[in-house]
Design a protein around this ligand. Structure first.
Ligand SMILES: Nc1ncnc2c1ncn2[C@@H]1O[C@H](COP(=O)(O)OP(=O)(O)OP(=O)(O)O)[C@@H](O)[C@H]1O
Length: 487
């Protein structure tokens, strides 16, 4: 066997144990379920199929009944753990499933006679809170995957409010997507599954169609007012959808949140509480799950305990501490995946043909680079980032820009910060002039992202990279604080 051909190791997993792995940059791992049943964050693996992981993925293959897996590759860490919180997560799922069934029965008027009085049967609308690296996103994924696997054709709404996570599009996005088939795991570039792409693809059966707003910064503290507004915008959209489809809404809502809502310095308490309130109100939350944090649990019990159910759930010992450098690399993987698709080469010796097509590890996209005039695209930045420091203002001048005020950014201005910036392209303004209003731009959803790769100030031209050739001329875009360079 050549030296760099990784050996294949067989792992026999006892019931209710999991095989955990972490990958280094540039490596991949192949896992074949050779016997039994197993799942990754609730996504069921098919016996005999090989699943490939890359882009520094970290994860766990869990089994309820026991299984045998064959693992090929060089993970930086791998081990089997017998202590997992999956029982608790499974029980939660059962409780939520009961809520869904009752909600549906109430809607269709088919409740058993003795329970007819239960007119308040509500589907689960769940907010997941916890500190950094507590496994919030993984819990969301497990709960969503169990819901869609329940065989009731549920289509829960998964809401990503963690701009650092990026959800289905680019980092900085806040979004919601109805999920109708299980979300696979293969790379942190698409933790929550993959949105429909421009690729001519047979994968579209489980591609998602998210509704996206752009916050544009990794930290919620950068612009809490904007966060608040976008959360409420998402809430409006969700409410509208649910009013139009009450039966569909019985599947419920799962909301993943940024860690800044779960913990932070005392100085940030007000900011945290304000955003949690925005979430609870916007999505009419009836269950708050607190992942492994006693103090936060007590705080939530005190604030919301009389209005809704607050449950503390255990944190998995497998959750990996992600550092700042890793998160930046993930943002870069996300942008690369957004523009070019994702190809994860299986480890040597694993034929690509044996790899499951469910995991989006072989999608090639061809972005288009085009040169446009400075006047073709109107670019705004929201609020304070463009503000000059107060001491740089002329004597006697007062600051007039508020946190949510759109400020025009001119590419011709040296130091505009636009070179390599990620821009969110917005849906059109209301065509009816009478319906237009000052801050309308904050309420427009995103139709795509682009990156400015070159600025030619003397010629007033810029080069933009976008996933497809659709024209951007005459459109409006927002710039945040993300930059990306194609390497
Ligand atoms: N049981 C597990 N075994 C191995 N890795 C895991 C396990 N659970 C979670 N992870 C990994 O740990 C990392 C952090 O988990 P996750 O993203 O769910 O946490 P989070 O609380 O949402 O993070 P954030 O601080 O970004 O909000 C992820 O890479 C995830 O894949």
């Amino acid at each position: 066997m050549p030296e760099d051909t990784p050996e294949t190791k067989e792992w026999v997993l006892e019931p209710e144990t999991e095989y955990r792995f972490e990958l280094d940059p540039g490596t991949s791992l192949a896992v074949k379920l050779s016997h039994g049943h197993a799942e990754i964050f609730g996504f069921e693996l098919v016996e005999g199929q090989t699943y490939v992981f890359g882009a520094e993925c970290k994860g766990a293959i869990f089994t309820w009944q026991g299984c045998i897996i064959e693992v090929t590759g060089h993970p930086s860490t791998d081990y089997v753990s017998e202590e997992t919180p999956m029982n608790a997560y499974g029980n939660l799922h059962v409780a939520f499933e009961q809520m869904r069934v009752r909600a549906l029965q109430t809607l269709s008027g088919s409740l058993p006679p003795d329970t007819k009085s239960d007119v308040n049967a509500e589907p689960p609308r769940v907010l997941i809170l916890g500190p950094e690296n507590s496994g919030k996103t993984s819990v969301c994924k497990i709960l969503v995957n169990y819901t869609v696997r329940a065989g009731q054709e549920w289509t829960p709404l998964l809401i990503n409010l963690d701009p650092n996570e990026g959800g289905w599009s680019a980092p900085g996005a806040l979004s919601v997507a109805p999920v109708s088939s299980p979300l696979p795991t293969s790379s942190p570039a698409n933790t929550l599954g993959t949105a429909a792409t421009s690729a001519p693809t047979s994968l579209s059966s489980n591609a998602l169609l998210p509704l996206v707003y752009w916050y544009g910064h990794p930290e919620t503290r950068k612009n809490p007012l904007l966060m608040d507004r976008l959360i409420r915008n998402l809430g409006e959209n969700v409410r509208e959808r649910q009013e139009n489809d009450p039966r569909g809404s019985a599947a419920g809502i799962i909301v993943d949140t940024p860690s800044s809502l779960g913990s932070g310095p005392a100085s940030s308490t007000e900011h945290r509480q304000r955003l949690i309130k925005a979430c609870v109100e916007s999505f009419r939350i009836n269950v708050i799950l607190v992942v492994g944090h006693e103090k936060l649990n007590v705080e939530m019990q005190r604030t919301y305990g009389s209005l809704l159910t607050v449950v503390k759930i255990p944190k998995s010992g497998g959750v990996v501490e992600l550092d700042h450098g890793y998160r930046e690399r993930v943002h870069s993987y996300q942008m690369h995946t957004y523009m070019y698709g994702q190809v994860i080469q299986p480890p040597a010796g694993i034929p690509a043909s044996s790899v499951s097509a469910d995991t989006f590890t072989d999608i090639i996209l061809s972005p288009s680079s085009s040169v446009i005039s400075f006047d073709d695209l109107t670019i705004y930045r929201i609020g304070a980032a463009t503000m000059a420091p107060s001491d740089a203002l002329p004597v006697g001048a007062k600051r007039v820009v508020s946190e949510t005020q759109p400020v025009l950014v001119s590419p011709s201005q040296p130091g505009s910060g636009l070179l390599n910036a990620v821009l969110a392209l917005l849906s059109p303004f209301n065509p009816d002039e009478n319906e237009r209003y000052d801050e309308e731009i904050l309420d427009l959803t995103v139709v795509g992202f682009l990156v400015i790769t070159k600025l030619d100030i003397p010629q007033r031209k810029m080069t933009v990279l976008a996933p497809n050739q659709g024209s951007v001329i005459g459109k409006t875009a927002i710039v945040g604080s993300y930059e990306w360079q194609d390497q």
